[in-house]
Write a protein that binds this ligand. Structure first.
Ligand code: NAP
Length: 268
């Protein structure tokens, strides 16, 4: 029998994972089930992905071999109370809620339930996600390998100590938002220069994509790659100086810090 992956909650991040595992054929549409309270959310997901949905969280829990908790952190208490007696004996819970700690999960799931804490990001949808896992004594090496096998099809994965999860949430889980803002701002500037808007988005996004690939594939320090673009007395160094003057790097570092602080604050 094929394994079933279930999602409690089918919002932004659940849909990114659902889209990716279907695309990479790790699960077929018949082996994916998701729940959400509102009919409009369920209809949207059924239409987009062709998977089965239900309003009954217990049904999802009782059918899933892998159960992704894709709900907001404040909904966890009620949902875990509702589903914990319906989780299959050998199922693995994949908890992606920001600030939901292993201690919390241990206390709010039945004894013996396997769970792992994960932090994905939405680029999973296009196979370029970054997901970190922090493991615990309920998860065997084989369980971890199976989970990594699923998520490796959605991008890159790392196993990290749980103490790094707040930092990772901020650096990776939330960071697509910062990059989208960068792309939007670059494109706006392109429009000021007369470049048509649609083309400006493509140009800005491709510059971000290519630069990220260079960091990953050349192994060169980002500072060296930046230096290579800056000809003496050229155009680029003018832009770099302006970014420094306006606190570009400090703004990004501060944003990632406050995001990690918020994640620490939300911890339960
Ligand atoms: N978005 C990201 O990039 C990202 C990345 C990493 C981790 N996360 C984490 O993932 C979780 C979900 O985030 P999201 O951005 O996907 O949120 P979202 O788009 O708001 O989706 C939340 C989903 O939960 C459903 N829901 C609400 N109450 C429920 C209940 N009692 N039982 C079952 N489903 C319920 C909602 O259904 P309705 O539509 O019917 O209300 C919706 O489908 C959060 O804990 C977040 O920290 C998100």
């Amino acid at each position: 029998m094929k394994k079933v992956i279930g999602f409690i909650g089918c919002g932004n991040i659940a849909q990114a994972i659902i889209g990716s595992v279907i695309k990479s054929e790790v699960f077929s549409v018949d082996n994916i089930i998701a729940s959400a309270p509102s009919l409009s959310s369920r209809e949207e997901v059924e239409k987009k992905y062709g998977i089965q949905t239900t309003e009954d969280n217990k049904e999802v829990a009782s059918k899933s071999d892998y159960l992704v908790l894709a709900i907001k952190s404040f909904v966890y208490d009620a949902v875990l109370k509702e589903i914990k007696d319906y989780i299959r004996e050998d199922a693995i819970i994949i908890s992606i809620g920001a600030g939901i700690t292993s201690n919390y999960l241990m206390e709010n799931l039945n004894e013996g339930t396997k769970f792992i804490r994960a932090m994905p990001n939405t680029p999973i949808l296009v196979g370029e996600g970054m997901t970190a896992f922090s493991t615990n004594k309920t998860i065997s090496k084989e369980d971890l390998d199976r989970i990594l096998g699923i998520f490796n099809s959605t991008g890159k994965t790392e196993v990290i100590d749980e103490s790094l999860m707040n930092g990772f949430t901020s650096l990776s889980g939330s960071s697509p938002a910062y990059i989208f803002m960068l792309i939007e701002a670059m494109a706006d500037a392109g429009v000021i220069e007369g470049i048509p808007r649609a083309k400006a988005y493509t140009m800005a996004a491709q510059a971000v994509l290519g630069s990220a690939k260079m960091v990953l594939e050349t192994g060169l320090h980002p500072g060296e790659l930046k230096d290579n673009v800056c000809s003496p007395a050229g155009t680029t160094i003018e832009a770099v100086a302006s970014l420094e003057k306006n606190g570009f790097r400090a703004a990004i570092m501060e944003a990632i810090k406050v995001c990690a602080d918020k994640s620490r604050e939300m911890e339960k």
